[in-house]
Design a protein around this ligand. Sequence first.
Ligand code: ADP
Ligand code: MG
Length: 238
Amino acid sequence: MSELVIKNAYKAFDSLVVVDHLNIHIPEGCLLTLLGPSGCGKSTLLRCIAGLETLDEGQILLGGSDITHLRPQKRHIAMVFQHYALFPNMNVVENIEFGLKIKKLPADVRAAKVQKVLELVELQSCAKQKPASLSGGQKQRVALARGLVMEPKLLLLDEPLSALDARIRKSLRSQIRDIQKELQLTTIFVTHDQEEALAMSDQVVLLNQGRIEQHTSPEELYSRPASEFAAGFIGNYN
Ligand code: ADP
Ligand code: MG
């Protein structure tokens, strides 16, 4: 089981409250989109879940275990950012394999795992290429593969498509969704793009200044926005 439960999460930077007592429950295998304007606290919440920031208050449970105070490496969480932080001097396979080497897995086990995710993200033909020779979409698929190869219980995607052009963005989002469904991987997808939220998700949480405006299905958010903020935000869709 790898459901995620966020209980009463609170985080402030000095007097700026960024995550304001949030409660979110994400069932196993669900893709939940965190949607909201720039600065509403999406990345900070994700970083707290990943252990890159610490919550001031609250609890995070993954698969029933309290991970609130664990080091990031112990959380079984993979995170992909807007700007793929790939190792420039390593080829695709070496980039993906890196985390497995740190775990000291034997070479044959590493090779089998890398092969599996290379197929999943359809990058077999680029296996020996360095990041500089890849397109933006391919780099993001390497970043995704690097996370998936660790067999995480939770996948966090922080605006992974925002730096890509529109055509690549659409094909990559359906590829991410297909992989997420195939692996039944509990996932939080962050975006400020309403169309992406509608296309991608099982559930959407609309955030406004660190608080939940609405937590619902994408269809419901569009047909029945529950507040002026929600209606205004969705209405700006273009
Ligand atoms: P989003 O990802 O929704 O755009 P963020 O979580 O990045 O929002 O930021 C929320 C707010 O917290 C912003 O006002 C941002 O300036 C502030 N913030 C984020 N990280 C820090 C930090 N390390 N120190 C101070 N303020 C921060
Ligand atoms: Mg952000």
